[in-house]
Structures are given as C-alpha cells and as structure tokens.
Write a protein that binds this ligand. Structure first.
Ligand code: HEC
Length: 132
C-alpha cells in the first residue's frame, strides 16, 4: 500500500481589521487626558512648577524662568490670563489644552500663594473673553 500523500492546504484565517474599529482620536483629547488636574494647586504642580519651580521663585540656567512669587506683574488678572492662554516667548501656551476653569484655577492659585495676596479672583468667564 502506497502511503497517501496528503496535500496540506494552508488555511488563512480571515483577519478582522481592528483599525476599522478604532476611531480617530483627536490631539485635543489626548491633551485633555494628560491634563486632568482641576484644582489650581494640582495644575501648578503638574504643569507649571517644572519651569517656575516648586517655590515659584523661578530659575536661571539654560533659560530664564521668572519668579511668580511676590510678583507685582500679577496685580491685574488679565496679564497672567493672556500669558497662560497664548504663551510668551519661552513660555508655552496652554489655551488649547486647558479649559477656562482650569486656567482660572491655576491663576487664582498663583495669585493667592507664594507671597501673592491678590483677592480679586479671575473668573472662567474672564478667561473665555480673553481667548482670541
Ligand atoms: C516650559 C517652561 C514653562 C512652563 C511649563 C510654564 N512657564 Fe510660565 N513662563 C516661562 C517663561 C520662560 C516665562 C517668561 C516669558 C517671557 O520671556 O516673557 C514665563 C512667564 C510666565 C508669566 C509672566 C511672569 C512675568 O513676570 O511676566 C506667568 C504669569 C506665567 N509664566 C505663569 C505660568 C503658569 C500659571 C504656568 C502653568 C500653567 C506656567 N507659567 C508654565 C516658562 C514656563
């Protein structure tokens, strides 16, 4: 008896394209996921102190990071609102990544800590109005 030679046919399993199921994730959502902090203190710790330092006294080295502590330039809330929204030279903008509320919260935190005693809190509406 001759051994039967069996031809093996390769079975190609159909592959479902996972890609078809993956929605497009907008960059905005990725950023929003990265900046979940809501309180002014958490936002400061997460986003600002890397440059302005934990004590907000700033630093000079490869670049110059101004002190936010005891800073008379924060007297008018619109100034930090504009800087945080739009950035300024080496200061990055946060207008697209943070909500009006988050920006107001972090500014209010800075304006009432680190030796700053500005009592007139900035509102999310003021941040919204300053967006261009
Ligand atoms: C990548 C580093 C960096 C980060 C992060 C950063 N800043 Fe700044 N910031 C700077 C630099 C540099 C300047 C100076 C800009 C200039 O030359 O006008 C500045 C300036 C400022 C000023 C104006 C100060 C002044 O005396 O004119 C404010 C207010 C400020 N930053 C707030 C913040 C807040 C609030 C955050 C967090 C949401 C933040 N910064 C995050 C680097 C940074």
């Amino acid at each position: 008896m001759k051994p039967r030679i069996k031809a093996l046919s390769a079975m190609v399993a159909p592959v479902a394209l996972a890609a078809a199921l993956i929605g497009v994730v907008r960059a905005q959502e990725i950023y929003a996921g990265g900046y979940r902090q809501q309180t002014g203190e958490d936002l400061y710790r997460g986003l600002c102190q890397g440059c302005h330092m934990p004590d907000a006294k700033g630093a000079a080295g490869a670049g110059a990071y101004p002190a936010l502590a005891d800073n008379v330039r924060l007297v008018a809330g619109i100034y930090p609102i504009t800087v945080v929204l739009n950035g300024q030279r080496a200061m990055p903008s946060f207008g697209e990544e943070l909500s009006d509320e988050q920006i107001a919260n972090v500014i209010n935190y800075v304006r009432t800590h680190f030796g700053n005693r500005y009592k007139d809190a900035v509102s999310p509406a003021a941040v919204k109005a300053a967006r261009r």
